[in-house]
Design a binder for this molecule. Structure first.
Ligand code: DQQ
Length: 571
């Protein structure tokens, strides 16, 4: 249908058809080719026993589709090849590490075990075909206080002191946890305590469950489908910088304030590895974790918008890159919509991945900064608008007079850098507000704002003391969910001294990715305005106290992720 095509993202990774959710097992192989897998139901645009879909790329922006890498077809994964990771052994051999799910129709709970797969032909740079290990499942015991019904999403393993370590999302005594496992050879795995838990990162468990009455070995009442306690899904952990570790997890509860589903916390780890008695650590409220969240008191949001199950990998040139599942969320349902409640169910496809984001550590703000990988500029085609030092009236807005009528107008990058005009000179705390309004025709618009307070605005430079980033969808129109998404931007305690405050927005049909203040604040939103297929306009606005401001703005058309002219990723 034309509407389905008008709304389908064009330069983000999507599935050809059917349902897409979590990113899985990203890595870059010896030939330099990037591999991305994802949870995929090719049979319908709703969640169902997932396959691992597979795309490859030479540059992380142009992608080629491969046949599905893993299909739910064995006795331990016929209910789904659930999420997991990729691992590169020392000789460069990739191993996919995933959760096999079975048993649902028989026992009404999912039995979750961990399994591996390797390339059929490791010298094929496209790694087209994969085979499951004959010794699968390789982990079929949940952690001591855990359950096989909530035990999934193994993290890319790391090696330390001669042992491999991985972390697996779990529910232990009604606490979401990341269970640690170790192995000498990637075959035999032992529980090794907890890496982190809701208790250790200072989040209460949402549960009303009491100690599990074990109906069957390893299955507690908390863990039946529909129970209140929530495991932690899709944990991720990695070292960034000399001593700093990041721990990231996905929290299904929709009660946190500010709202976010993917969280991270910074800490340290190494002192604990190898020194604990194995597999005997209670999760009942005690902080026994090996990941120590010493560098941050409270968890931070990966993104305030519609993303979940994000995951990172290391490129061969040492960058840490994140992808996350961007789900559909239309009017009439809150956040992830269940099947049948989302108007996009009718489109024949659902779900996308975020742009690949480079993750860096900012110790001044004790926060992660995320920006699209630099390769993304390869997708820029026509420069539609480019002006410097456009004056914004104080508390006013400036039309860029950009009206797009070509279909490419729906694939756009907007970059704006706001500065206080040179004659602005004020001390004290000044409220400021900068933003972009995307008008999509028929009186509908989406407003993206960064606001807060700036101290000592003077001579074109501002010191931002407090800021937040918000996507206001109340007037976006069509099938859009009208909730405003956003939250505070972590800043250094002494403020952020910048000559220009930046806002970078990626418009990809129904998908908006917003990066504020050079990637310090992020919001990914879905908008489904009715008029979007016709034309849209960009206006910028800014108000720095009463000081006049200027803006440098550029807008590009963007190419497509699956451009037939670039179809071959390699070889
Ligand atoms: N999605 C996968 C699970 C994971 C969840 C199943 C998170 O492995 O826990 O599709 O979205």
């Amino acid at each position: 249908a034309p509407e389905a095509q008008a709304l389908k993202p064009g330069y983000h990774i999507t599935a050809a058809m059917g349902w897409m959710n979590d990113p899985n097992g990203m890595f870059q192989n010896k030939a330099g080719i990037y591999h991305v897998f994802y949870q995929w139901n090719p049979e319908a645009p709703i969640w169902g026993a997932p396959y691992w879909g597979h795309v490859i790329s030479k540059d992380m922006v142009h992608w080629e589709r491969m046949p599905p890498a893993l299909v739910p077809d064995t006795d331990y994964d016929y209910d789904g090849v659930f999420s997991g990771s990729a691992n590169l052994l020392e000789d460069g051999t990739p191993i996919l590490f995933y959760t096999g799910v079975s048993n649902f129709s028989e026992l009404k709970y999912y039995k979750q075990v961990q399994a591996t797969a390797v390339p059929v032909n490791a010298s094929d740079p496209r790694l087209k075909l994969w085979k499951k290990s004959p010794s699968n499942p390789i982990i079929s015991q949940p952690p001591p206080d855990g359950t096989l019904a909530q035990f999934r999403d193994p993290v890319s393993a790391w090696k330390q002191d001669g042992l491999w370590y991985t972390v697996i999302g779990s529910l232990e005594s009604c606490f979401g946890t990341a269970a640690l496992y170790s192995s000498p050879d990637f075959q035999t795995w032992q529980p090794a305590g907890q890496w982190a838990s809701q208790a250790s990162v200072g989040q209460a468990n949402a549960g009303q469950c009491v100690a599990p009455a074990l109906a069957q070995p390893g299955v507690g009442q908390c863990d039946q489908v529909g129970a209140v306690c929530r495991m932690w899904e899709c944990p991720d952990t990695f070292q960034l910088g000399n001593d700093t570790w990041v721990f990231k997890w996905s929290d299904q509860s929709k009660t946190r304030d500010p709202f976010a589903m993917d969280w991270y916390i910074l800490g340290t780890s190494a002192t604990f590895l190898g020194n604990r008695s194995q597999g005997n650590i209670s999760s009942r409220g005690e902080d026994t974790s090996r990941f120590q969240s010493t560098l941050q008191n409270t968890p931070q949001s990966v993104d305030y918008g519609s993303i979940y199950a994000s995951k990172t990998f290391a490129t061969s040139d040492g960058r840490r890159v994140l992808l996350g599942w961007v789900f559909e969320t239309s009017a009439g349902c809150v956040e992830q919509c269940s099947a049948g409640t989302n108007f996009t169910d009718s489109l024949g496809w659902q779900g996308a991945q975020t742009l690949p984001r480079e993750v860096t550590l900012d110790m001044d703000s004790r926060a992660l900064i995320m920006n699209p990988v630099q390769e993304l500029t390869l997708l820029r085609s026509t420069l539609l608008y480019n002006k410097s030092a456009v004056t914004l009236p104080s508390n006013g807005s400036q039309e860029l007079n950009l009206t797009q009528s070509s279909s490419m107008g729906r694939q756009t990058e907007i970059m704006a850098a706001f500065a206080v005009a040179a004659n602005g000179s004020q001390g004290g705390q000044q409220p400021f507000s900068i933003g972009i309004q995307l008008s999509t025709g028929q009186g509908t618009f989406t407003q993206i704002t960064v606001n807060g307070t700036a101290a000592a605005i003077a001579n074109g430079s501002l010191n931002i003391a407090q800021a937040g980033v918000y996507v206001d969808r109340s007037k976006s129109g069509g099938h859009t969910n009208t909730t405003t998404q956003g939250g505070p931007i972590p800043l250094p305690a002494s403020g952020l001294s910048v000559p220009a405050a930046t806002l970078r927005i990626f418009v990809d049909h129904s998908l908006l990715e917003v990066y504020a203040l050079d990637g310090r604040g992020r919001v990914t939103s879905r908008i489904y305005p009715a008029g979007m297929e016709d034309s849209w306009n960009v206006s910028v606005f800014g108000a720095f106290g009463a000081a006049p401001a200027t803006v440098d703005a550029s807008v590009w058309e963007m190419g497509s992720a699956f451009d037939p002219k670039q179809a071959k990723a390699c070889c």
